[in-house]
Write a protein that binds this ligand. Structure first.
Ligand SMILES: Cc1cc2nc3c(=O)[nH]c(=O)nc-3n(C[C@H](O)[C@H](O)[C@H](O)COP(=O)(O)OP(=O)(O)OC[C@H]3O[C@@H](n4cnc5c(N)ncnc54)[C@H](O)[C@@H]3O)c2cc1C
Length: 599
């Protein structure tokens, strides 16, 4: 009886961004039980409602509070020379910490995944899962978007404040895009955010809340999984977990365990369970189950460097400081996003700009500089001082496809201890630093346009002590600047990569009944913020798991025929046709009429 209570068909480790999506989709299978295990707590209601960054504290007990290793080389102008690896320890995971900028990445990114041998992950395959997950109702690129997914994406209108900047970028040669996630991706456009009428579209709000009453769903909070149980036949049978910091208990999985603990904790858990590089496991006194040398390797993150320009002079923009209070229902400051490839024929982008015009005498530059980028006080003071009587145009400029790879290693066999994370930004053996400096220079060229000259925009010289010896604004200066100011864009990925650690079906190589589905399976980073791609991965993983059941089981609330109909409608039809001709949300009346609904 006890064993039965603790046994489930599927166990999902990590109720974060991907985990909540999987929980929703797998509990659609009617005769199947699903347990979602989350180390953290339930988010408070105001957390979902405050769709803004300024009031959102990403640190504290709802964070894993991991810190990257100081390599004595990069990021030396960051406070304590230590990059804070923010990652949510809470239901919804890092979708609770996210700034909710919504970018899908470029088609070429996914085609690259496929060309690496990951069949089924090309753009044509993943696009339908983006469509399935999102709902965007104010864009014109109809064939590329849908109105029916759970994630509401909005594009706050800031025409009056962004138009002049977009005009400048266009004058310099970068197109103005209506939809930054549309067919045309190289250029600048108004940012899209997964924030709808105040509500952050974190995956608790979009996927988990809808399924809490499903009888086949169980949720275990404050529970940290410390080991995946693997039997002698290399079959995964369950997990061991610490509930509320007490003695470990065991949960059994009849069908599969799916690890969705994020790009830092997923490889950590695999290694603690004996799946990892043989030598490293041995050093930590862990019995090896599978020698998988790429677990924890290939850590990719996008280094981001804040590049400020001056905007309009005088106090004219001062009144815009009210934005923060008046626009709590959206992302409360104007943002233009640019995805730029210096070689325009590429099908992916080299760098990403988040361009924010900040009013004069605003507190935002100081907050960004000090608490988000965590730069040295001297730098933040020079930034804040420059903004007293003029607008500042802040741009966290990110290197999108760094060749440098870091890794995640165990600190010890103590499961609750932090891992050792090396970001390895600007590895000597790559030209990442050269490229990042070049991209900064490319962006800064915009001040030569008539538009930017019209408001006398200049590069804002910050007091970076590490670069004081270099002539300002030379290539060497920007290399020094990028090297020292680089901080994380929080796009950690790749540590249980498809092709090496997991198969294209996300099954962990060397064992049975174990998958990973989260940011860690990305073999290569994508051109943009990766939250939307993580949701897409979880949607696709859910379908692969359902496929394995051959759809033999009825799906929650539907007969098998009705389910197939819904699947077909969701995945196969172009959304614009779908909107006009067939039912968009499951219409139970219609399903009952045709005998398709299992009431
Ligand atoms: C500060 C910040 C800002 C960001 N801004 C953006 C943005 O604007 N746009 C965007 O697209 N992306 C953004 N991102 C990135 C995006 O949020 C993440 O890439 C994405 O949420 C990762 O999803 P995941 O499912 O891989 O991991 P997570 O969402 O982190 O989920 C992992 C979950 O597993 C749980 N867990 C871990 N280990 C265990 C264990 N052993 N036992 C039980 N539970 C465990 C964790 O507590 C967590 O809930 C941001 C990230 C951060 C941190």
């Amino acid at each position: 009886m006890f064993l039965d209570k603790m046994s489930f068909d599927y166990i999902i480790v990590g109720g974060g961004t991907a985990g909540c999506v999987l929980a929703n989709r797998l509990t659609e299978i009617h005769n199947t039980t699903v347990l979602l295990i989350e180390a953290g707590a339930e988010p408070t209601k105001d957390k979902a409602y405050l769709g803004t960054f300024a009031l959102h504290d990403p640190h504290g007990e709802q964070d894993w509070n991991y810190i990257a290793e100081n390599d004595g080389y990069a990021s030396q102008a960051v406070k304590d020379q230590a990059i804070s690896l923010i990652a949510g320890k809470i239901l919804g995971g890092s979708s609770q910490n996210s700034y909710m900028a919504y970018t899908r990445g470029a088609p070429g990114d996914y085609d690259k995944w496929e060309s690496l041998g990951n069949e089924g992950w090309g753009w044509k395959d993943v696009l339908k899962y983006f469509k399935k997950s999102e709902s965007i109702d104010d864009l014109e690129a109809k064939p590329l978007v849908c109105n029916t997914g759970p994630t509401n994406v909005k594009m706050p209108k800031w025409e009056d404040r962004l138009d002049v900047l977009l005009k400048g970028f266009e004058e310099y040669g970068y197109k103005t895009l209506y939809d930054i996630n549309g067919y045309e991706r190289q250029g600048y456009g108004t940012a899209q955010f997964a924030i709808d009428d105040h509500y952050r579209q974190d995956t608790v709000h979009t996927y988990l809340n809808q399924i809490r009453n499903r009888t086949n769903f169980s949720l275990q909070k404050y529970t940290e999984v410390v080991k995946i149980l693997i039997n002698k036949k290399k079959v995964v049978t369950g997990v061991e977990a610490i509930v509320n910091g007490k003695e470990p208990i065991t949960f059994y999985a009849r069908k599969e365990v799916i690890v969705s603990a994020g790009a830092i904790n997923s490889p950590k858990l695999l290694m603690l369970s004996g799946i990892g590089p043989k030598q490293h496991l041995k050093e930590n006194g862990i019995k090896m189950k599978v020698d998988s040398r790429n677990v924890g390797e290939n850590l990719s993150d996008t280094p981001m460097v804040m590049v400020p320009l001056t905007g309009k002079e005088g106090f004219e923009s001062f009144k815009n400081n009210a934005d923060l209070i008046l626009n709590l229902n959206i992302f409360p400051t104007p943002v233009a996003i640019g995805h730029i490839s210096v070689n325009p024929t590429q099908n992916s982008s080299d760098y990403q700009s988040h361009v924010l015009p900040v009013p004069s005498a605003s507190v935002i530059p100081a907050i960004f500089c000090s608490t988000i980028f965590r730069l040295d006080n001297t730098i933040c003071i020079s930034l804040a001082a420059a903004g007293i009587d003029k607008e500042i145009i802040i741009n966290p400029l990110a290197l999108l496809h760094p060749e440098s790879k870091g890794n995640v290693k165990l600190n010890s066999k103590n499961p609750t201890g932090p891992p050792i994370v090396s970001l390895n930004y600007f590895d000597y053996n790559t030209d990442d630093l050269e490229r990042h400096a070049t991209y900064i220079e490319d962006y800064l060229n915009v001040i030569k346009t008539k538009t930017f000259k019209s408001f006398k925009s200049q590069i804002l010289k910050l007091d970076v002590k590490e670069c004081r010896h270099l002539e300002f604004a030379t290539h060497e200066y920007w290399k020094c600047y990028a090297l020292n100011l680089a901080t994380s864009m929080w796009n950690y990925s790749g540590t249980c990569a498809m092709g090496t650690v997991v198969s294209p079906r996300l099954e962990v190589k060397g064992v049975k009944h174990l998958r990973v589905a989260d940011a860690s399976v990305m073999p290569r980073p994508v051109s943009g913020n990766i939250g939307a791609a993580v949701v897409m991965i979880a949607e696709k993983a859910s379908d692969m798991i359902k496929d394995k059941l051959h759809h033999t089981e009825p799906v929650y609330g539907y007969s098998q025929a009705a389910w197939r109909y819904k699947e077909m409608a969701t995945l196969a039809m172009p959304c614009y046709t779908w909107k006009k001709t067939i039912v968009v949300t499951p219409n139970t009346d219609r399903l009952i009429r045709y005998g398709w609904y299992n009431a």
